[in-house]
Design a protein around this ligand. Structure first.
Ligand SMILES: Cc1cc2nc3c(=O)[nH]c(=O)nc-3n(C[C@H](O)[C@H](O)[C@H](O)COP(=O)(O)OP(=O)(O)OC[C@H]3O[C@@H](n4cnc5c(N)ncnc54)[C@H](O)[C@@H]3O)c2cc1C
Length: 366
């Protein structure tokens, strides 16, 4: 890969991680980011052990320790009563599960890129860079490069919208999933005394795609007016919030041609209900560069898609089914919560063990 000239379109988690991984193998890499500043959009991300292993492969474990809060548990909670239904312990996970601010992750990656000699140009939107041996399409959910490779089939509205906000508050180092009929909220702490909130509600329609639609915080509060006092208390602190429609995109059928390849959301956008979008993007980078360095450009690109597509498809399907489970109503809800509580008592490790295929994965190994 030495001296291969690479253009990376998009300076989000996928683009920067891929740029870094390629530069560490001797490629000459330029990143082009449309936004004027890297890391805009200051919400939180959960980095699970599989994502942490991707960062470890790029010598960034120490950096992740620095920017991340360690998470001890996921606590599914009845959002109407405030009672914990069960608790999924994460303390045995190695590397540990982390909460990070997206700008901190992007900053960590950008610094490492700079040290590795990657040239990053912001304020520059391009779709078809010229004079490069390889173009990496890391241009996110609305990817123009994905459209060029696959055509432009319109995604389907998932029937769900999400608000995303951060509020100043102290919270234990765990993620709460506040489950209500037809809705849920995920809350977890971030460094700097903030709590990250993602609130999801079922809706019949949506007119535009994207997540940067400013909304009135009172709309969010009105959607959860019947919630328990603890959740109402968190929502009462929201001063600015963004709302967006969540869309179902198929995994791209074509991830590459002779000199172009997709990574991250450009290849496989996912619903956020398993907190895996960024983790899968980090994995992509490590697998892509492993495939290219062991098989060369042409066979490496094909091997990358063949290795990644089944795994990301499984993660995306698992994320979709979570929304159904979080939003149950009436008798099904009561039965499901009792079942969760029972399993949590009898086999406390069962839920995390069920996700071993996801969390125990190491993208550096094949
Ligand atoms: C509510 C919500 C919560 C989430 N929580 C989690 C979580 O806890 N854990 C997790 O792992 N993931 C989470 N995700 C998913 C995660 O944010 C995305 O999967 C991740 O950001 C994808 O990274 P990316 O680099 O592929 O795309 P993006 O982060 O979207 O980056 C793409 C970049 O490309 C740039 N760009 C676009 N077009 C061009 C162009 N033509 N030229 C130049 N630049 C361009 C954009 O400006 C952008 O900076 C969540 C998502 C949502 C919506």
């Amino acid at each position: 890969m030495r001296n291969m000239r690479v253009a990376v379109v998009g300076g989000g988690p996928a683009g920067l991680t891929t740029a870094l991984a390629l530069a560490m193998q001797g490629a000459s890499v330029r990143v082009f980011e449309r936004a004027a500043v890297l890391g805009e959009g200051g919400a939180g991300l959960q980095i699970s052990p599989n994502g942490a292993r991707a960062l470890r492969a790029l010598d960034l474990s120490g950096g992740l320790d620095r920017i991340g809060l360690t998470s001890d548990a996921v606590v599914p909670t009845d959002g109407l009563t405030g009672r914990a239904v069960t608790r999924f312990d994460l303390t045995a996970q190695v590397p540990r599960y982390r909460f990070v601010a997206r700008p901190d992750l992007v900053g960590l990656l950008a610094e490492a890129c700079a040290r590795a000699g990657v040239e990053i140009t912001t304020g520059t939107a391009i779709d078809r860079p010229e004079k490069f041996d390889l173009t990496v399409g890391a241009d996110g959910i609305g990817s123009g490069i994905r459209r060029r490779l696959n055509g432009g089939a319109a995604p389907a509205f998932s029937g769900q919208v999400a608000w995303r906000a951060t509020v100043p508050a102290e919270a234990a180092p765990q993620a709460h999933i506040w489950m209500l009929p037809g809705r849920h909220v995920v809350s977890y702490p971030l460094p700097g005394g903030l709590v990250n909130l993602v609130a999801v509600q079922e809706r019949a329609e949506w007119t535009a795609e994207g997540w940067r639609h400013a909304d009135d915080p009172d709309n969010l509060r009105a959607a959860f007016v019947d919630a328990c006092p603890a959740l109402i208390g968190l929502l009462s602190k929201v001063e600015t919030v963004h709302l967006w429609g969540l869309f179902l995109h198929p995994v791209a059928a074509v991830w590459h041609d002779a000199d172009t390849v997709l990574v991250g959301d450009a290849a496989h956008p996912t619903l956020p209900f398993l907190a895996q979008g960024a983790n899968l993007a980090l994995e992509d980078a490590v697998v892509l560069v492993r495939c290219l360095s062991t098989k060369g450009l042409s066979a490496g690109l094909a091997a990358y898609q063949a290795e990644r597509a089944p795994r990301v498809s499984r993660a995306i399907a698992a994320a979709r089914s979570n929304a159904v489970n979080y939003h149950l109503r009436g008798m099904r809800r009561r039965v499901a919560h009792l079942g969760l509580a029972g399993i949590g008592k009898l086999a406390p490790g069962a839920f995390i063990d069920r996700l071993a295929w996801l969390y125990d994965y190491d993208p550096a190994e094949r």
